[in-house]
Design a binder for this molecule. Structure first.
Ligand code: PAF
Length: 280
């Protein structure tokens, strides 16, 4: 696996691949890789001749008081994982390589970025959209892969790509879960031993709500309310639990067929998010 730190080196490698007629799939990450990331790399390998992974803990998507400073940085282990997965190239830029000190341009996907996680994390999705737009311009991949675990992020990115005519195919990859149902996430490492046994109840609440939606007979507001009460009883501090349309994340009505249940809740100091999407 080649490792490059600068945009110019990266572009040179990609240029030789392109000259050989090869196409490129891209997996942007913030590192601390787990089985969910590996799934993205494996899917990327099915999609293109060459796979690039980036590891960049993007300061622009962390708010004041959030975990930017302590976000797990495990570069050596990540390199070994990516090498073993036959990644072609790891892009590992420093902050100064991505952001000019006097950068003045921000990409914001309006409205969508203010909902759900965006309401509790102001500026987060502008930070994500800006860095992903920049990485797309740097790598110019044919396809880019993102986990469905961050469903709102995926919808924000798809919307940005559509609105800005960015020539890249966005591929969403299913969430990888622990055997107890807990969605894999770098932030699971913040959970204490006791919290780890409670955390899977977030997914449980989503499964119960999905079954209630499919069974019919209850309003979506009631289903959401029951899920919130269940999570509170189990020791979470729920942020939101919503039945939404999966394409634009507007609150769903009984007329809508393609749905996603979005949930976020704090367990101790750790903010967990998860979702289930399905059709009825
Ligand atoms: O999902 C992530 O790890 C990050 O939000 C992303 C897409 C790599 C942008 O920094």
């Amino acid at each position: 696996m080649q490792i490059v730190n600068t945009v110019s080196e990266l572009r040179e490698v990609i240029r030789t691949w392109r000259l050989a007629g090869e196409n490129v799939a891209f997996v942007p990450t913030m590192g601390n890789l787990h089985a969910g990331h590996l799934q993205l790399v494996n899917e990327a390998k099915k999609t293109a001749d060459r796979v690039i992974v980036s590891i960049f803990v993007n300061p622009a998507q962390f708010g004041i008081g959030e975990d930017f400073e302590v976000y797990p940085r495990t570069e050596r282990e990540d390199r070994e994982i990516l090498d073993a997965a036959n990644t072609d190239l790891l892009f590992l830029p420093a902050v100064g390589e991505i952001y000019a000190p006097d950068a003045k341009t921000v990409v914001t996907v309006t409205e969508l970025s203010d909902l759900y996680c965006g309401a509790s994390r102001p500026g987060h999705f502008s930070g994500v959209a800006t860095v992903v737009c920049k990485l797309f311009n740097i790598v110019q991949p044919d396809a880019a892969l993102f986990g469905l675990k961050d469903f709102q992020q995926l919808v924000v990115i798809r919307t940005m790509v559509r609105d800005l005519n960015i020539p890249v195919e966005i591929i969403g990859v299913d969430t990888v879960r622990e055997s107890n149902g807990l969605a894999m996430s770098s932030r699971n490492g913040y959970l204490t031993g006791a919290e780890k046994s409670v955390a899977p109840k977030l997914y449980q609440s989503l499964c119960v709500a999905r079954d209630a939606v499919l069974a019919g007979g209850q309003s979506y507001a009631d289903i959401e309310q029951q899920a919130i009460l269940f999570l509170q009883k189990e020791g979470f501090q729920p942020d939101y639990f919503c039945v939404c349309r999966s394409n634009d994340l507007i609150k769903a009505t009984v007329e809508d067929a393609d749905l996603v249940l979005l949930a976020a809740a704090k367990l101790g100091k750790t903010r967990l998010i998860d979702n289930i999407y399905f059709s009825r």
